[in-house]
Each structure stands twice: as structure tokens, then as C-alpha cells.
Design a protein around this ligand. Sequence first.
Ligand SMILES: Nc1ncnc2c1ncn2[C@@H]1O[C@H](COP(=O)(O)OP(=O)(O)OP(=O)(O)O)[C@@H](O)[C@H]1O
Ligand SMILES: [Mg+2]
Length: 308
Amino acid sequence: MAHIWPIGGGKGGTGKSFLTGNLGILLAKNGYRTLLVDIDFGTANLHTVLGIPHPETSISDFINKKVGTLEETVVTTAIPNLYFISSALNSLDITNIVHEQKMRLLRSITKLPYEYILLDLGAGTSFNTIDFFMISNSGILVTTAEPTSIENIYRLIRSVYIRRIRQELKVHNFRVLAEEAKTRDSRATEQNPEILLYIIKEIDPERGRVVEQSLRGFEFKLVLNQLRKQDDPNIGALICKIIERHLGLKIHFIGNISFDDHVHSSICKKMPFLHIYPYTQTASDIRRCYENMVSLKETQLCIHGVAE
Ligand SMILES: Nc1ncnc2c1ncn2[C@@H]1O[C@H](COP(=O)(O)OP(=O)(O)OP(=O)(O)O)[C@@H](O)[C@H]1O
Ligand SMILES: [Mg+2]
């Protein structure tokens, strides 16, 4: 089964597509059969980061059943071992795909025959984006050092937390328990997941532990991109500590990636950054993040109703 790295972050423009493209290139160069999937429906641009002209086929051909299998939408790239599914010709917005389309797509992604599958997600915390982020336990969050971006990372993680509690409540028929929690403490709602979990554990320690264990299964990764000279280089590790303390979720800090104007010029030239600026600090930062990512043991797929 493939290692799946969904790459997200609440805010737009933090560098999700940039990181997806460049991590994909490194995986492929190191001999891993790698697939990049552009899940940023509506504003897809991963192909530009990779320097690929508009592919003729896209994910919408699968969603609209023009082709029978997702594999048929895969295109090769100029880089050996690197494959790509584009969303460039997709007129749909992620929020518009219906539940069955999403589940069919999620299931099909998990079955694709690659060693690594990287998903470039759009910004935002819509249910659909979160469900793609939750396809594996090892999603990568990309933030900048700006407080607005950090706030959105926290929001995204809380949304994942709430979604997981909801799934657990459904799967284990916990709804009654959630109702009881609400009558005990009116703050114990899905909007306050920490309090909800706390009360559930009080009412029924055993089932509360099941939810808690499920949440602990997540091992998010955090990358701090576009770090400027004036930024505190320890901010990423600090964010991880705060989230761990407040939500009890494990977050591994993967590394800082320096801000570099060459990124802009690589995108304007439609050439992969690592190919044209391999000797920059930013390129060595990306390589270090890559090494940290592949060396971390990953947990397998876990999403209810997705893994079969
Ligand atoms: N390390 C970096 N140094 C300088 N500029 C960067 C860096 N990383 C990304 N950028 C710039 O930030 C912009 C946004 O990058 P990218 O498109 O990868 O973000 P994104 O998170 O995928 O955005 P969206 O949410 O719109 O999909 C690009 O114009 C790119 O030039
Ligand atoms: Mg993007």
C-alpha cells in the first residue's frame, strides 16, 4: 500500500503546491514510484510548479465517469518515476463534489499502485478538503511564520479533530453519549471538542478512551515555509508543542524552508525550483524536510469507510 502524504494548510499561498511538487521530485529522484495528485479543484496549479503543460486528461474525467478508473487520468512527467494527476481542466470546486464522488475518489486513490502518493490540497477547512487530509494519519501542514497562517493551521487541526470525533461517534454509536455530555455541560458540543471529549471520558471512560486513542493515531507533520531572516526559527517547534498541549495530538516538526525570491522566478519560468536552483539554502532546506519525512515511520490508512 502506498504511503500517502496529503499536504494542506488552512491559508492560501503558504507553499503547499510548491512543497508537493518539490517533495515529489525528490522522491522520484530517489527511485520511489511517486504520484502527485492535484486536489485543489477550481484553482489547480501544481502542473505549473512542476513545469508540465496542461495535461489533456484530468481528475474530472474520473469524477464525471468519462473514464472508468482513476489510473486512466495519470500522466507521465519528464522526470522518471514521477507521475501526475491534474485538476487543471476541472471546473468543479472541491466544496461542490458530492459525497459519493468524494468517497469513490478517496477509495480509488488508496488503491493506486505507487510507493508514494502526494495530495496537493486547496486552502480552507471545508469538509471535503478535511476528508482528503484525513486519508492518512500523516498529513503535512504548511504554514508561514505569519500569525494569520498559524491561526489557520490551528483551525484546520481543530476541524480534523471535530471530524474525527464525529466519525467515532457514528461508528461506535456514541451519539447518545454526546447528547448526554451536552446535558451535563452545555459547552460540550462539537464546537468545543476538547470539552466534549473530557465529559465523554467522565461519563464513559472506556468509550472515551476509544475516541482519544483514535485522535492520538494522528501524527501530523508541520513545515514552516517562507521563513525570513527576521522570523524566529523556533516558531514551528513551538506551534507543535502548543497544539500537542491543547489538543493532545502529536505533531512532528519537519523543518523550516527559507524564503527565497528564486522561488518566484522558478514559477515564472515554469521550471521546478530544485532543478534550476539546487544550490540555494531553500533547496537544501527542502532536501532536509524530505529526509525527515521519509525517515519517519508512517502509520497506515485509518479513515472509516475509506480503507477496505
Ligand atoms: N520558500 C519560498 N520562498 C519564497 N516564495 C515562496 C516560497 N514558497 C512559496 N513561495 C511563493 O508563494 C506563492 C504561493 O505558493 P504556492 O502556490 O505553492 O502556495 P499554495 O499554498 O499552494 O497556495 P494555494 O492555497 O493558493 O493553493 C508562490 O507564488 C510562490 O512563489
Ligand atoms: Mg496550491
